[in-house]
Design a protein around this ligand. Structure first.
Ligand SMILES: [Zn+2]
Length: 340
């Protein structure tokens, strides 16, 4: 750990010296792809809701595939599915799949059912709520864990009545809510769904992710009209279009990386950096916490560790870097000026 960071610091200094001695510039631009993991609910031996002859597991897979096709037209978006066929995947394996890929967002897709004539779409983020009005849908979506082998060991930390929120999901909650509102508004406006709002609930599948995550109940299979709509190719396409549009809007707002800048030469007496955070936690440069911002500098001088993004001579560029950092969710970020 120590060795690593020492090496990194050494390496950074080498780059700066090299820049100052050459006519080339080291230019940083954020160019990583926006990675989306779509999670078609249920599958295999777990059909999810079965109502009026409609199978949740088939509809969620079909919608997910349509979203993937739509998003494949976006050059800076990469889409991954937790399953692309009718197979069972444990709830607690879906989040880690997204973590391993380094996904920027995780979107779990489901269909609801109720013994009333209820209809409409709702979008959920992970919440700490106990026994509230969302508990029925939580119990239904979490129910599969009781049918999995060895569930007592795997899910002993989960309890539908009082699910905890991981520290990381808590940090991501603002971004999850931003994403949830975009999805929900799009389902209402573009797919003409009745608005069942953005809500918080304790879904196991969202617990294991380390990025902004939402679970969408696209509609009710138990409602004859909505069930037929969701089971139709046209209906699935409308839902897919609405979700894809929301993901693109979210990407454009939080991940469009339009600032490129040159790292100043070592002799520069004044430069600007964006302070993102101060913490006693030691994070690596590529930690998801930094949301892909590069380069990240760490200052361990004063007890707490301060984390900075970027380095530039230009106050105008510094302002652009600050805007980008704030758009990515670092609301308290500010420009720090250094004179050496
Ligand atoms: Zn479901």
């Amino acid at each position: 750990m120590f060795h690593n960071s020492t090496m990194k610091y050494f390496f950074t200094n080498c780059i700066l010296i090299w820049v100052s001695c050459s006519s080339f510039s080291l230019v940083y631009a954020q160019s990583d792809q926006f990675k989306v993991v779509l999670d078609p609910g249920h599958g295999g031996r777990d059909p999810g809701n079965v109502q009026n002859g409609y199978y949740e597991k088939n509809i969620t897979l079909s919608i997910s595939k349509k979203i993937k096709t739509l998003l494949s037209k976006e050059p800076d978006v990469a889409v991954y599915l937790t399953r692309d066929k009718d197979v069972a995947i444990d709830l607690d394996a879906r989040g880690p799949f997204a973590n391993k890929i380094g996904a920027d967002v995780f979107v779990s897709i489901h269909c609801d059912a109720h013994d009333s004539n209820a209809y409409g779409a709702g979008t959920f983020v992970l919440g700490l709520h106990r026994a509230d009005k969302n508990l029925n849908v939580v119990k239904r979506e979490n129910a599969v864990i009781y049918r999995e082998e060895g569930y007592t060991e795997n899910y002993s930390k989960f309890n539908s009545d009082a699910i905890g929120v991981s520290v990381i999901q808590e940090e991501n909650l603002n971004q999850s809510i931003q994403l949830a509102y975009k999805v929900q508004n799009s389902l209402v406006k573009k797919a003409s769904r009745r608005d069942r709002k953005v809500k918080q609930a304790g879904f196991v599948v969202l617990y294991g992710t380390i990025m902004p995550s939402v679970l969408i109940e696209v509609g009710f299979l138990s409602n004859p009209n909505e069930g037929a709509f969701l089971n139709s190719s046209e209906g699935q396409y409308k839902i897919a279009e609405a979700i894809a549009a929301a993901l693109v809007a979210y990407k454009n707002e939080f991940f469009m990386n339009t600032v490129s800048f040159e790292v100043p030469s070592k002799e520069s007496s004044t430069y600007y950096q964006i302070q993102l955070a101060a913490s006693d936690r030691k994070l690596l440069e590529n930690d998801p916490f930094f949301k892909g911002l590069k380069p990240i500098y760490r200052d361990e001088g004063s007890g707490v560790i301060r984390y900075f993004y970027g380095r530039t001579n230009s106050s105008q560029t510094a302002q652009e870097l600050l805007n980008l950092a704030r758009n990515k969710g670092f609301k308290d970020a500010f420009i720090a000026e250094t004179n050496e």
